[in-house]
Design a binder for this molecule. Structure first.
Ligand code: GDG
Length: 511
């Protein structure tokens, strides 16, 4: 392949003026990564193998924003992805050292699975990651639960990831791109094990809280010091970067350089940057117009008897940060204020159950069941009920079909780093129809300002927003959706990855 038109020979890659595509990203990694290894590390794996009935092995793409964002990137870059193997058939399909090529139907990159025992999963994943860091970083008013033993498991698993990566890079130089709040200490352990060999970037997918919130964390110093072992630390928004710098300013002895947007601690500099994550706009657009998606649209209308109804949709991991009860209450209020919408409107929510071992998630499920029951009982008429709540995994094609049968998609997170459902919704509506109702407390709300922005805590305003979305004139709806699609076309997932990888490539390995 000839040199990329975007790269100047002998210089660090420039930030491209041209639109980023899968091809540009491929060219960048192939030309500039050279002999270096490119490793992505995350807790969640992109593909899960499990036994279906009759001992047959099946597979599914993992659910969640990190996977949706990075799987297309890895398909383009063809590196190595290291993650926790949590599927019951995972070990059956991997080599002795835990590796398997994925996606299973179109192998293009390597997945290396790290195995955790039940105690490690409980302490590191359910405990420290999801009972401490998740509630601490989201202003959803859930109290973090600090347990010393969870912290011990958290450190142990981070170390386990580091050993697995160092074993894989096997003496070569490597760029390691760490994902999210599960692996705060990974850069520290990697650099202890292979000091001159590894350059790391860490992307933080959830919000970074203000100092007042973060300072309650008993392990705050170790976490901050761990993160500052990275060469580059990325957040979705400038606001999260500023919160992080503010916390550093008050908690750690270090030098903050506001001009360079960096922190120097122990003579090591970490660049702090914002990179708003996005979706594979082009891929979603093409898939959305396929006959398969159309067939699923018809199938959904048939299965849920939606013919002739005005459909509102939601799709989330069932999580207390996503504002699902608030959404149900807003539907209730909408129908109280506008009884003429009875028998006309249906709200179809798809929810994948996650983290059910934790009490707040069990309680949330119970709360949702009770609300759906109550609201349906209150408003239903013979043959019609306002809410259909489905707890099952949808394939990518099914979820694009879901978006496309709706008059509006609702995203009502109480707090969210970005929210990719909002961006997928907009990208899928190549027909210019539909409307996004979006919480102002998502990162996405900073870019998608033509959505109907709502405050999920304010039932009156939220239900008025739903009414507005249902009442917008076709021309206005089209204008707003087109503007938002233009934004996403440019700010797509390849741009997000390309900008981070370009920055990473500017670092020199120490001798
Ligand atoms: C974190 C941050 C940030 C959901 N159900 C199914 C399914 N999904 C996919 C959606 C979407 C993804 O999961 C959810 O992404 P979000 O961004 O909305 O939320 P989190 O998982 O909380 O992600 C978030 C993100 O990281 C990326 O940085 O935006 O703020 O919290 O892509 O489509 N996918 C499939 N079936 C389902 O049933 N296939």
């Amino acid at each position: 392949m000839g040199p990329s038109p975007f790269l100047k020979e002998g210089t660090a890659p420039c930030i491209y003026k041209t639109m980023w595509t899968k091809k540009n990203l491929q060219a960048l990694t192939q030309e500039k990564m050279g002999d270096y290894r490119f490793v992505v590390a995350s807790n969640r794996q992109p593909y899960v193998h499990s036994f279906s009935r009759g001992k047959k092995i099946g597979w599914q793409r993992g659910v969640g924003g990190v996977i949706s964002a990075l799987d297309p990137v890895m398909q383009a870059c063809q590196g190595l992805w290291v993650a926790y193997g949590n599927g019951d058939a995972d070990q059956k399909v991997t080599s002795k050292d835990g590796k398997v090529k994925v996606p299973p139907d179109k192998p293009s990159y390597l997945l290396k699975r790290v195995w955790l025992n039940k105690e490690e999963e409980m302490g590191y994943y359910y405990g420290y990651s999801n009972e401490v860091l998740w509630p601490l970083c989201h202003m959803a008013f859930k109290r973090p639960v600090f347990r010393q033993e969870d912290w011990e498991y958290y450190k142990r698993v981070n170390e386990k990831f580091a050993k697995a990566i160092v074993e894989e890079i096997n003496g070569k130089k490597a760029f390691v791109w760490i994902q999210d709040y599960h692996l705060c200490l990974l850069a520290k352990y990697l650099k202890q094990l292979a000091p001159y060999q590894i350059i790391t970037a860490h992307f933080w997918h959830i919000p970074w809280p203000s100092y007042e919130v973060f300072r309650i964390c008993p392990q705050k110093k170790e976490i901050l010091e761990g993160l500052l072992c990275n060469d580059l630390l990325g957040f979705h928004t400038r606001y999260h970067c500023n919160n992080f710098l503010d916390v550093i300013d008050r908690e750690l002895e270090s030098k903050i350089d506001r001009e360079r947007e960096s922190v120097v601690k122990n003579e090591h500099e970490t660049l702090i940057r914002s990179y708003p994550i996005s979706v594979d706009y082009q891929g979603i657009q093409t898939m959305s117009e396929s006959s398969e998606v159309k067939a699923f649209q018809d199938a959904l209308v048939e299965e849920f008897q939606l013919s002739g109804l005005r459909v509102l949709v939601g799709l989330d991991r069932i999580d207390y940060t996503k504002g699902i009860p608030e959404r149900l209450l807003a539907i209730d209020r909408l129908l109280e204020k506008h009884p003429e919408l009875r028998e006309q409107v249906v709200f179809l929510q798809i929810g994948v159950v996650t983290r059910l071992h934790l009490t707040p998630y069990k309680d949330l499920n119970d709360e949702i069941n009770a609300l759906v029951e109550q609201i349906n009982w209150k408003h239903s008429t013979p043959g019609w009920k306002p809410i259909i709540f489905v707890r099952r995994h949808f394939s990518l094609i099914e979820l694009l079909a879901l978006y496309r049968i709706s008059e509006a998609g609702i995203v009502s997170s109480l707090h969210d780093g970005m929210n990719l459902v909002a961006k997928e919704y907009v990208a899928s509506r190549t027909d210019g129809k539909g409307m996004l109702v979006l919480s102002q407390f998502t990162g996405a709300a900073r870019e998608l300002t033509d959505a109907v922005l709502i405050n999920p805590f304010d039932k009156e305003q939220f239900s008025d927003g739903l009414y507005m979305a249902l009442s917008l004139a076709e021309e206005e709806r089209n204008k707003r959706m087109t503007k938002m699609r233009e934004i996403l076309q440019n700010n797509n997932i390849y741009r997000w990855a390309g900008k981070i990888i370009s920055e990473l490539l500017k670092f020199e390995f120490a001798e």
